[in-house]
Design a protein around this ligand. Sequence first.
Ligand SMILES: [Zn+2]
Ligand SMILES: [Zn+2]
Length: 86
Amino acid sequence: MEEVSIMVARCRGICDMIRAKQTLRRPKHLPYLTHSQCRVCRIWFDKKVLKTPRCPCCSTILAILPRENYKKKVYRAALHGASPWN
Ligand SMILES: [Zn+2]
Ligand SMILES: [Zn+2]
C-alpha cells in the first residue's frame, strides 16, 4: 500500500545534482514564463526539457505561477498580451 495521500513532500537531494548541471538557475525576468519551480526544493526547471509537471526530486507538482496575486496578474497579462495595469 502506498502512503502518498498524507505524506509531506520531502527533498531527497536529487535536485542538488540537477542544480549542479544547470547553467541558468533562475531567469531574472518573469521566470515562470519559461520555467516551473519546485517550492520544496527551491529549484527551477526549464519547461522545454521537463517531461512531467512534477519535481524529479520530491515529486511535488511544480508551480507554474507565483503565489502573489498581483504577480499572477502580470503573468496573465504577459501570456495574453494585455497590459497588467488596466
Ligand atoms: Zn530536492
Ligand atoms: Zn522538489
